[in-house]
Design a protein around this ligand. Structure first.
Ligand SMILES: Cc1cc2nc3c(=O)[nH]c(=O)nc-3n(C[C@H](O)[C@H](O)[C@H](O)COP(=O)(O)OP(=O)(O)OC[C@H]3O[C@@H](n4cnc5c(N)ncnc54)[C@H](O)[C@@H]3O)c2cc1C
Length: 402
């Protein structure tokens, strides 16, 4: 935060403006949907309803350049905005369009692609999913094999993608396909933007350990994608793919983590620890909170540095790997602490019964209802976007020169 008193006053006024606007526009059902979400993703109707409200006010994509619909805020203002949203319990927006494919379209797209896709991403008219992973290509993404063969004006796609988050909601997919087997595996990959309604696409659900339907396997049987859907050059999609991954991994963590910690602290302070004390009188619990708040402050500082670099037109670079590791591991430690604080109230069957429509009253504090489902779902955070082992390999190579 800036030390200049005038600027500080300006930022405080900005914070009050954002807080007031959120209080006036965030409806109870949107807040409830976010409170009940056990996955990083809130379900599509609520996420899109909230995006529409933000969009009407010009706040759907503060991180975008102003020429495409961004707000022109600096990184401190964006952090204030994120913090206020998180503290108010607003639903998260789907990142696949706004945060992942949009920066790639801005950088690699033709003028026609920019004019067509960017406004639709901003308004929520298009909902995107990510077709990177395949049954035989995860960490070793360059070994992907979904075939795309040219036939007159189209590419004809055959193969499948897996772990495709929200493919069952999406009307668009950005997708990596194999257009050549010559040279290194990275050289024959092409980046396509495609319509999920094309004939020959089939989406089959995969349920997670937490009981959520977040992701799918998507099958392609002679799917014809017009060549106008190619982003960048044929066989050069690896550069676009890596650029996108840096944005995927550089999600802003600090604001959400701080809000989650604050809520958990309040919840621990409300629990009986015997003799009139609360759970916060337990030194082991206090130490865990202290450690987590310290970690989250460090993540915030790293995030600010990276946001400043992005604002100067740089890509996030390998710092995004560091942030992904730190952010997701802190998130998992918060979820573990939530389960420990909830104790027996974290029993997973209570959430499962509620999700299945049971009217039985929930036993225990309302906050505990989602603790175990969030814990299970949170295991995925150190896997998606490239596993944390792979991020450590990237840091070792690019930051430490090992
Ligand atoms: C919730 C969730 C949502 C997802 N959403 C999407 C999506 O929308 N679109 C999409 O395309 N993909 C998605 N994914 C897939 C995700 O990107 C892959 O799961 C991830 O890249 C790991 O690949 P894999 O599952 O094939 O594991 P593998 O690559 O088989 O890895 C298995 C284990 O081995 C380790 N390992 C592998 N190679 C190395 C190495 N060289 N050094 C050290 N350790 C290594 C890994 O860290 C991991 O622990 C999602 C995954 C999850 C869990």
């Amino acid at each position: 935060m800036t030390a200049d008193p005038m600027q500080r006053q300006g930022l405080e006024a900005f914070r009050q403006e954002v807080r007031g606007w959120i209080a006036a526009n965030l409806t109870d059902d949107l807040r409830d949907a976010a409170a009940r979400a056990t996955s990083v993703f809130v379900d599509k109707p609520h996420a899109m309803a909230w995006q529409a409200i933000l969009h009407r006010h010009g706040w759907a994509a503060p991180h975008w350049p102003r020429e495409y619909g961004g707000t022109g805020w600096d990184e401190t203002q964006r952090h204030i905005f994120d913090s206020e949203l998180a503290a108010a319990g607003a639903p998260s927006l789907s990142p696949m369009g706004l945060r992942m494919v949009a920066p790639c379209i801005m950088r690699f797209g033709t003028p026609e692609q920019k004019a067509h896709y960017l406004p639709r991403i901003l308004s929520g008219e298009d909902f995107w999913c990510q077709g990177y992973s395949e049954p035989q290509a995860g960490s070793d993404l360059a070994s992907l094999s979904l075939r795309a063969e040219r036939d007159s004006e189209d590419y004809v796609l055959n193969g499948s993608k897996i772990w495709t988050t929200h493919a069952h909601f999406a009307n668009r997919m950005f997708c990596l396909v194999r257009t050549s087997r010559d040279g290194r595996p990275q050289q024959g990959i092409t980046f396509l933007l495609l319509d999920m309604a094309l004939p020959g696409i089939e989406v089959r659900p995969i349920l997670t350990l937490s009981g959520d339907h977040d992701f799918n396997q998507v099958f392609f049987d002679n799917v014809r994608v017009p060549q106008s859907g190619r982003l960048g050059e044929e066989d050069q999609g690896w550069g676009v793919a890596k650029y996108l991954l840096e944005f995927e991994r550089s999600a802003a963590y600090a604001a959400g983590l701080t809000a989650a910690l604050d809520r958990l602290l309040a919840s621990a302070a409300a629990r009986d620890f015997g003799e009139g004390g609360t759970l916060l009188d337990d030194p082991a619990i206090r130490r865990r909170f202290a450690r987590l708040y310290t970690d989250v402050h460090a993540i915030h500082a790293a995030e600010q540095r990276m946001m400043a670099a992005i604002a100067r037109g740089r890509s996030p670079g390998p710092a995004s790997s560091m942030l992904k590791v730190q952010g997701t591991e802190a998130q998992q430690r918060i979820q573990e602490l939530a389960v420990d604080i909830a104790g027996p109230y974290a029993a997973p069957h209570q959430f499962a019964a509620r999700a299945a429509g049971s009217n039985l009253p929930f036993v225990g504090p309302e906050d505990d209802l989602t603790a175990s489902a969030r814990y299970f779902n949170g295991r995925a955070a150190s896997i998606y976007g490239g596993s944390n082992e792979i991020q450590r390999n990237i840091m070792a190579k690019l930051m430490l020169g090992l």
